[in-house]
Design a protein. Structure first.
Length: 484
């Protein structure tokens, strides 16, 4: 595989890997944020329940506080000997209220003047003094809210109570340090697990990316091999149930068409080169003769009537020979281009009879028999089929001794020309339809084969030494030629 293919494949693998890892990170981040929000809401709800419970206890204490000692006896209860195992659970006992550690209670007048402040389980009576009062007494909320001071975060609740007969504002605050600790631990656990999951996911994603990109890498390798000149290479992935397999099937079909097209081009080019070489060789002979007689004329033959007449006759004959050769070459070139035929309803018996009549006039010493019934219609181009019959008869007359009988037989879709001449061996019979093979121009039978092939038919020869030769033309049935 080339460096260009490796770079492309690695780039695709990295893209797949980055996409999968990115999706994994986003999913874990969204999951972590959701879990943290859910946990935060749950923990804050527990704090709010504790605030409401403490508020009920404080309300009862203040209602009976006739000596205006405020909160002095609120926390006069013993601490538990052993803490509860829950994170936010508070100690409970038959003789004590539900007071979480760090609970702060402030009592203020309606005007906002601080009357009393107490903290549960502090080392000193007033270890620190967070400012929990609202900016104005009317700002006091009636439901728990979060507040932040310079000494940490709190969950606060401000309610109006009666201290004896005097209404006061009571603010209760529970520190959120325990909640923050739980969230920090949860975040650390999420980060550690997230890193582990991302590392494992990245490894799996890398394997998946390699497996996914492997068929595409094979396609790239095949493309590189084809661009290097190996047109026989094909994409190995051909499973029609996968996208890559369908791409492989489509590419293989396209490559097959390209290879067939290239093969036809190569074959056409080779055939054209042979044609040009053979044509140049065939044309050189009459041109040499014409040039020789022209030099004879220039050297003084114009003063000798007999030599002049002979030179002009030979020049005319060679020019006619060249004209016929050029016309045959043009016809072959036209047939090679695959020009569509102009078929009509043609009587094969009439074509055979006309060809026999022409051959009898050209060779009156020949015995040429015709065996044909009337009305043997085929679809084809009449002039081309006439040329086929004429070339076959001309070939039979040229390659058999004078007086050799020739028989022409026409039947439905079949035309046969048989002679009783010397015949030919198997090697010659196998090449008889090749261009420039045989006597004369060597194009007559090649033209026959090309015309019959253009009509969708076949031509074959049966021959053996001293047993004559029989050429058989088979044309498709009339119903299959309607599309010509």
């Amino acid at each position: 595989m080339s460096r260009r293919g490796d770079h492309w494949g690695m780039s695709l693998r990295l893209r797949i890997l980055a996409g999968l890892v990115g999706l994994l990170v986003l999913g874990l981040a969204a999951f972590g944020v959701g879990i943290n929000r859910l946990m935060t809401g749950n923990l804050e709800h527990q704090l709010d329940q504790q605030l409401v419970a403490v508020a009920g206890t404080v309300r009862q204490v203040l209602a009976t506080d006739t000596d205006q000692h405020n909160l002095d006896r609120l926390f006069d209860v013993p601490l538990p000997q052993k803490a509860d195992g829950g994170i936010l659970r508070v100690p409970r006992g038959p003789d004590m209220a539900v007071f979480p550690l760090g609970l702060v209670i402030e009592v203020r007048s309606q005007s906002g003047t601080l009357l009393d402040r107490q903290m549960f389980a502090a080392k000193t009576k007033m270890e620190y003094r967070p400012d929990l009062s609202p900016r104005r007494p009317t700002d006091a909320p009636n439901e728990p809210v979060s507040a932040s001071t310079g000494q940490g975060g709190y969950r606060t609740l401000t309610v109006t109570m009666d201290e004896g007969d005097t209404p006061v504002l009571v603010t209760l605050a529970i520190p959120t340090a325990s909640v923050d600790g739980v969230l920090r631990e949860l975040t650390v656990i999420e980060l550690v697990l997230g890193v582990i999951i991302v590392v494992i996911g990245a490894g799996l994603a890398l394997v998946m990316a390699r497996v996914t990109a492997r068929p595409l890498a094979r396609i790239a390798a095949t493309a590189d091999a084809i661009s290097g000149g190996d047109l026989t290479r094909r994409v190995p992935d051909k499973n029609p149930k996968t996208e890559v397999g369908r791409v492989g099937l489509a590419l293989n079909a396209m490559l097959g068409q390209i290879q067939r097209y290239v093969d036809r081009l190569v074959e056409s080019e080779q055939r054209m080169r042979r044609l040009l070489g053979d044509a140049s060789h065939e044309l050189s002979t009459p041109l040499t003769s014409i040039r020789g007689y022209a030099e004879l004329f220039r050297s003084g033959a114009q003063d000798r009537p007999e030599d002049l007449a002979r030179a002009m006759s030979r020049i005319e004959a060679e020019a006619a020979r060249m004209t016929g050769l050029v016309e045959e070459l043009l016809l072959l070139a036209e047939l090679d281009e695959g020009r569509p035929l102009r078929p009509t309803r043609v009587d094969l018996a009439t074509i055979a009879a006309d060809a026999v009549d022409d051959a009898r006039l050209a060779a009156p010493d020949r015995t040429i028999e015709l065996e044909a019934a009337a009305g043997l219609y085929v679809h084809g181009e009449e002039n081309r089929l006439r040329q086929v019959a004429a070339n076959l008869l001309s070939n039979a007359c040229r390659h058999t001794p004078p007086g050799t009988p020739i028989t022409v037989t026409a039947s439905p879709g079949v035309l046969e020309v048989a002679d009783e001449g010397p015949g030919m061996d198997a090697e010659r019979a196998a090449r008889i339809f090749d261009r420039f093979y045989g006597d004369g121009s060597g194009l007559g039978l090649a033209i026959v084969a090309s015309i019959v092939e253009a009509h969708g038919g076949t031509v074959q020869v049966t021959s053996a030494p001293r047993e004559g030769a029989k050429f058989r033309i088979e044309l498709p049935p009339v119903r299959s030629l309607t599309g010509l």
